[in-house]
Design a binder for this molecule. Sequence first.
Ligand SMILES: Cc1ncc(COP(=O)(O)O)c(C=O)c1O
Length: 369
Amino acid sequence: MSLAAVAVLNLDAVQHNLAKVRSCAPTAKIMAVIKANGYGHGMLRIAKALQNVDAFAVARVDEGIRLRKAGFTNRIAVLDGFACAEELDELLCYQLESVVHSLTQLDIFANTKSLKPSPQREGWVRADPTVWLKIDTGMNRLGFKPADFKAAYQRLSQCPIIKQPINLMTHFANADDINDGKTLKQISLFNETVTGFSGERSLANSAGILAWKQSLSDWVRPGVMLYGISPFPDSIGAQLGLKPVMALHSRLIAVKSIEVGDTVGYGGSWICEKPTTLGVVAIGYGDGYPRYAKVGTPVLVNGQRVSLIGRVSMDMITVDLGIQTDAKHGDPVTLWGEDLPVEEVAQWSDTIPYTLVCGVTQRVQLVEK
Ligand SMILES: Cc1ncc(COP(=O)(O)O)c(C=O)c1O
């Protein structure tokens, strides 16, 4: 019996969650966001489970190349685009689609005149790339301001190596807050800006798909909901008809009794107030369990809820086993999964569930259910 932590992945749940995307956006094409190693779930495995989507989205050119090298022939958009001429070259070699968000990228495109053969392409023929022109409607991260959109569009339209028409996209800043009017403002600004310009449109992330029908257009870009996680701070995936894909498990590696006045863990910040059966679990921030999980964070031991006590260390956490006084070395522990939503653990850790699943480290084996 291994005491190492494992993340068990339910790939049927990925298909279930994809069906939810389709039911919310029945006429839209789906660009499944599988960046950051498929939100920590293993990018190649998730890509395989999502073969039937219209495109994948990754953040970096390297991620797209990894998909190509693994044999994926699907459309792949690179959300951050390319950073330099060499990266554009790679993007073209591997037939990746680029988001274009900056003048620097426009200049690089303008200077890329001829298509030359590349040693890296491994059977891939170069083709004129599809591009996604990104408009910054209020996120103030990547994208052209509406006032600069027309000039950027015209430059891309005149670029001989780019497939026409250019696709158009924006990204929401506050869509996870259903009471915040900013999303409607972003939608209106986007629609006003692109009126009269041809090209497919894409606005909605998971929160847009679930809560902002006005944002559904030619393409949707679901990320977190595909993994069964709610994009909203006040709900869990199950309440939205989603199924969690990842369950993080480990085991008890020690059980002991502690007395009133004993302290637990680094800094001795937790002080025992009554005789307590303490369990030590083989999981820590070295595995991606959140360092800032508070005392009281729920953990399942033998399927029953117990509470985290003391500080999270690199390889271990400690729990108050409560009435489970007969718990023993090797007993199963779940840190999050179907019966303990990752959204709840994130709340206890003052973070968002995205960071928890993305943060699972290489030490944790990912296995399919
Ligand atoms: C441009 C863009 N679109 C879509 C997504 C997917 O967002 P979510 O995971 O909230 O659905 C992301 C994720 O960060 C993104 O950066």
